[in-house]
Design a protein around this ligand. Structure first.
Ligand code: COA
Ligand code: AMP
Length: 661
């Protein structure tokens, strides 16, 4: 448990990080206690390593520990799925039983410690069981969000090289069934690596034929899924249960792919030891939850938020977690989050500001929330993007509980900035700010030259090493990219990719990405990747993709394209073709719906496209015309095209502009 003083814990975490985290590690039941010092530099790379030599197993800590310590009959997981009209409860004993059997089934398929298992499943208990079963065996899971298209799935298959791929037969988007097996077949046709088995969890609204060979199509001429044997998920549950393997703290627990600034996603790696210590600490310090409390995180297990606060955090802490399959709106209405929170007595609700904006749009007066008894709710936590003050105020007024905006990334795996409600001396939350640094995070705002900036000045948000436990120890199979992406700019500092500032009272403000990453409805996308895809269209000579302000999703990508000479395509046809291309290559979740043809793009005299200027222009911001621009007249040309196509400033928005300094 944290001490009651944030100030004391924060100071202790910086003064002697190893000692502070050794203290937090005592909250867990280790198979073998980690030897001191608990923080060392890895020989060769010099990267920070937490708890090396200690042994534990995350699955054991999430399940067996609680079953053996009085929580066997407590509900561990509540699956609430308005899209399939199902509510199911699993006690810790039941979840352990399923997990240890499924782990036995995976072992029969040859899955061993260090093997990768890829999951392509929506929020459903079988996915959580599969994640915990992998952890039990020391296998490394990688969950791919269901909104990604087969091409993205293929990239992840080739990078992770899984022995087994586990998928659901289908997902459900509102009332639309999305069969997954054809998507997996397509991905395997594109991938070089083939898993030995594809395990299919059948859903009764879409039962896939597991004995028939997938028929070749023009899109998928070969049938490489033939090479992987199809297995029914439930057959694996018939296996004998297996015990958890004792693992070194540094053993990998999962890989989670996230967008970098190029077309190749980054495989963020998470270890067993540091991750378990950090999440256990965060459950009480950040979220103020006690064992036995209920947490409802309205995210997807395909994202870091879902990994940490649907699955691992609540279970490590002996809480009840709510696994929600649906959307904040139209499943069946904008009261669904409030209904779920009330029905299951959630003490904390955690979601993205986009979800609250979507609810507010459909139910501006908040009538639906008033139908439910939310008296158990203590806090609403928001993350994934900056929470605009209007949304912050609306949610706070509606729910009558503190709204806590907190900042984190896939890389950190847990919050870096927050108002930590587990401490008594924590300054209260403030609209627009993501709070104060969480113990373990030495946040520094630097200028381009790497010098610290004074309070109130916007710059690059960095974290001084060592990063605390739980943060990525490296990228999967790519130490060089890890070093280059995060540490080469300012040696000794982790570069977050976000811009922001700290005010004179110590409140921190994260204002938006300063690199080529954009945030669409809390989903992280690389504009570089989108540009690579558009540029591959035969009519496109060059292009720029901008993340423009959007009232609902925060940002949406918009393409500006210059055509090759002699192209006869109409602008509308080209736009449709480009939209389809992005849907096929990335997936619908990219929300790429608009592209405009321009005669030329503004560039510096050295030929670099002025993307920031373009975005400012499209968002209707005031900006200085860059002195390096080769021809300022281009900006007026583009302004006219955007006005004609209805792209940009017309949209009303409550959002603050992204970083503009
Ligand atoms: N599987 C398949 N398709 C998916 C998908 C999934 N898991 N998730 C999204 N998509 C599709 C949608 O069906 C939609 O397709 P369409 O263009 O054919 O209609 C497209 O991707 C865009 O999805 P989305 O941006 O989610 O729009 P939406 O209208 O379905 O929902 C919100 C809008 C705001 C309700 C939704 O984005 C939301 O709940 N946001 C919260 C985000 C969040 O929790 N992020 C996690 C970080 S904490
Ligand atoms: P992801 O890795 O997908 O979780 O996305 C991380 C990015 O989301 C961060 O780099 C930020 O740009 C943004 N983000 C997450 N939480 C916040 C927040 N509370 N305030 C501002 N931006 C946020």
């Amino acid at each position: 448990m944290p001490t009651p003083s944030y100030t004391a814990d924060y100071a202790a975490s910086r003064h002697d990080p190893a000692e502070f985290w050794a203290g937090q590690a005592r909250q867990l039941a280790w198979h073998r206690e980690p030897p001191r010092p608990v923080l060392r530099q890895e020989p060769g790379t010099g990267f920070d390593r937490w708890f090396g030599g200690g042994q534990l197993n995350t699955s054991w800590l999430c399940l067996d520990y609680h079953v053996q310590n009085g929580r066997a009959d407590q509900v561990a997981l509540i699956y609430d799925s308005p899209v399939t009209q199902t509510v199911r409860r699993y006690t810790y004993r039941e979840l352990l039983n399923l997990t240890s059997r499924f782990a036995g089934g995976l072992r029969q398929l040859g899955v061993a410690e260090g093997d990768r298992v890829l999951l392509y499943m929506p929020n459903m208990p079988e996915a959580v069981v599969a994640m915990l079963a992998c952890a039990r065996l020391g296998a490394v899971h990688s969950v791919v969000f269901g909104g990604f298209a087969p091409a993205e799935l293929a990239v992840r298959i080739d990078d992770a090289r899984p022995r087994v791929l586990i998928c659901a037969s289908a997902g459900m988007e509102f009332d639309r069934v999305i069969p997954y097996l054809p998507l997996v077949t397509d991905a395997l046709a594109r991938a070089t690596h083939q898993p030995d088995y594809v395990v299919v969890n059948q859903r009764d609204f879409c039962v896939a034929a597991l004995d028939a060979e997938p028929s070749p199509t023009a899109e998928q001429p070969a049938g490489p899924i033939k090479l992987a044997r199809l297995v029914d998920y439930h057959e694996l549950l018939a296996a004998e249960p297996v015990e958890a393997v004792a693992l070194d703290a540094a053993a990998p627990l999962y890989i989670l792919y996230t967008s970098g600034t190029t077309g190749r996603p980054k495989g963020v790696l998470r270890d067993h030891g540091g991750h378990a210590v950090a999440l256990k600490y965060s459950m009480s310090a950040v979220y103020g939850l006690n064992p036995g409390d209920t947490m409802f995180t309205g995210s997807d297990i395909g994202w870091a938020v879902g990994h940490s606060y649907i699955v691992y955090g609540p279970l490590l802490h002996g809480c009840t977690t709510v696994l929600f399959e649906g959307k904040p709106v139209r499943t069946p209405d904008a009261g669904t989050f409030w209904r779920v929170a009330a029905d299951h007595g959630a003490n904390v609700l955690f979601t993205a500001p986009t979800a609250i904006r979507a609810i507010r749009k459909e139910d501006p007066e908040g009538h639906l929330a008033r139908r439910y008894d939310l008296s158990q709710l203590r806090h609403l936590f928001l993350a994934g993007e900056r929470c605009d003050p209007a949304t912050y105020a609306w949610a706070g007024e509606l729910l009558g509980v503190p709204v806590i905006d907190h900042w984190w990334q896939t890389e950190s795996g847990w919050p870096m900035l927050a108002t930590l409600v587990g401490y008594l001396d924590m300054p209260p939350p403030r609209a627009g700010s993501a709070g104060h640094p969480v113990p373990g995070y030495d946040l520094q705002v630097l200028n381009e030259a790497g010098q610290p900036l004074p309070a109130g000045t916007t710059g690059l948000v960095t974290v001084r090493r060592p990063l605390p436990p739980g943060c990525l120890p490296t990228l999967w199979h790519d130490d060089a990219r890890f070093q280059e992406s995060y540490f080469d700019a300012f040696p000794g500092y982790y570069l977050s990719g976000d811009g922001g500032y700290r005010d004179a009272e110590g409140y921190c403000y994260i204002m938006g990405r300063v690199d080529d990453v954009i945030n669409v409805a809390g989903h992280r996308l690389s504009t570089g990747e989108l540009e690579e895809i558009l540029a591959a269209h035969p009519a496109v000579a060059e292009c720029a993709v901008l993340g423009l302000l959007d009232e609902l999703r925060g940002q949406v990508p918009v393409g500006l394209v210059v055509l090759k000479d002699g192209q006869e395509l109409s602008e509308n046809d080209l736009e449709q073709a480009l939209v389809q291309l992005i849907r096929q290559r990335i997936g619908a979740v990219a929300c790429f719906r608009q592209a405009a043809v321009v005669a030329r793009l503004p560039k510096t005299r050295s030929g670099k496209i002025l993307r920031k200027t373009l975005r400012q222009l499209a968002d209707g911001e005031k900006f200085p015309v860059p002195s390096t621009i080769d021809d300022p007249a281009i900006l007026d040309e583009i302004r006219q095209v955007l006005a004609r196509r209805g792209i940009g400033p017309g949209a009303e928005t409550n959002l603050p502009p992204p970083l503009s300094s």
